[in-house]
Design a binder for this molecule. Sequence first.
Ligand SMILES: NC(=O)c1ccc[n+]([C@@H]2O[C@H](COP(=O)([O-])OP(=O)(O)OC[C@H]3O[C@@H](n4cnc5c(N)ncnc54)[C@H](OP(=O)(O)O)[C@@H]3O)[C@@H](O)[C@H]2O)c1
Length: 323
Amino acid sequence: MVPSLPPLRLALLGAGTVGSAVAHRLHERRQRYADALGRPLELAGVAVRDTGRDRPGIDPALLTSDAAALAARADVVVEVMGGLEPAGELIGSALRRGAQVVTANKQLIARRGPELEALAAQAGGGLHYEAAVMAAVPVLAVVREALAGDEVLGIRGVVNGSTNYVLDLVAREGVPFADAVRQAGELGYLEADPTEDLEGLDAAAKIVILARAAWGLPVALEDVAVTGISGLTDADFAGAAGRDEVLKLVATATRDDQRGVRVEVAPRSLPLQDPLAQVRGGTNILEVDAVSAGPLRLVGAGAGGEETASAVLGDVLRAARRC
Ligand SMILES: NC(=O)c1ccc[n+]([C@@H]2O[C@H](COP(=O)([O-])OP(=O)(O)OC[C@H]3O[C@@H](n4cnc5c(N)ncnc54)[C@H](OP(=O)(O)O)[C@@H]3O)[C@@H](O)[C@H]2O)c1
């Protein structure tokens, strides 16, 4: 098929772990995507901080440090820079002019999702963020779309791979907790500033986004009762092992008649037969309980450039169909 419509222009903001995987796959799958959309999807440019760095597989002519100018001339803006700013301003501007925006930025969506969605609705654009929660695992699509005709009762999951890696190392290898945290840092499982993972803030952002998707209620990050794993001691792990249990950082959202939704992140001691107790290393799991569907479980890679790119690219196609 020879596409007859003009190409759609895609601005890629960020070419790090996720952005570089998105760029490679966009190029590799360009014919398939053009066939699916009935028009080519053209990478108009790639915004980075350092345009002088060699980026294998990305045409240097596409690189720019002017993310705002690049985003302003795109039909679909893909934000994979991370951080609250300038990502927030770039997304806001794109939405105000009716563009389609795809982002993997969980902290930004957890803090400003409803406001940005309102901007999208006002200007006729779209905001897509499947990749922000559990990367490749399509949890938002399930909760928001597949279960739209059902009633979600509750959600619980292990949604942070970094802390799960640490907890797993202690429980299965007997590594002392402090050493497991150090090892996870050395292997790149934790951010340079590990607070977001260890204090449960990453999991809190994800459960807020999930709760909003499940119930359409204005759940805020401040509503989450958060306890991270940094206060755990070797005695806590020994206690759990003695009961044939394991410690996991569990995020939960439950329908609550008084408060609307109760959202929580905390370490929990789980019996070994609990499906949440069985997830290893960086794997994520989410259990969604709905009135008619019963309990559903979604398990898979909750991080990684390639895995996150899978969700970003799914959103890119969804966004492009709305252009
Ligand atoms: N990594 C994962 O497994 C994963 C999973 C799910 C969601 N996410 C989310 O995906 C997003 C990206 O994560 P990542 O791991 O790919 O981050 P990353 O590796 O740190 O990459 C960030 C990219 O953005 C660019 N950038 C940052 N600030 C910029 C600015 N002000 N102007 C222009 N470019 C800028 C950087 O440029 P330089 O290359 O020049 O530094 C880099 O290319 C984050 O929101 C993250 O939470 C990541």
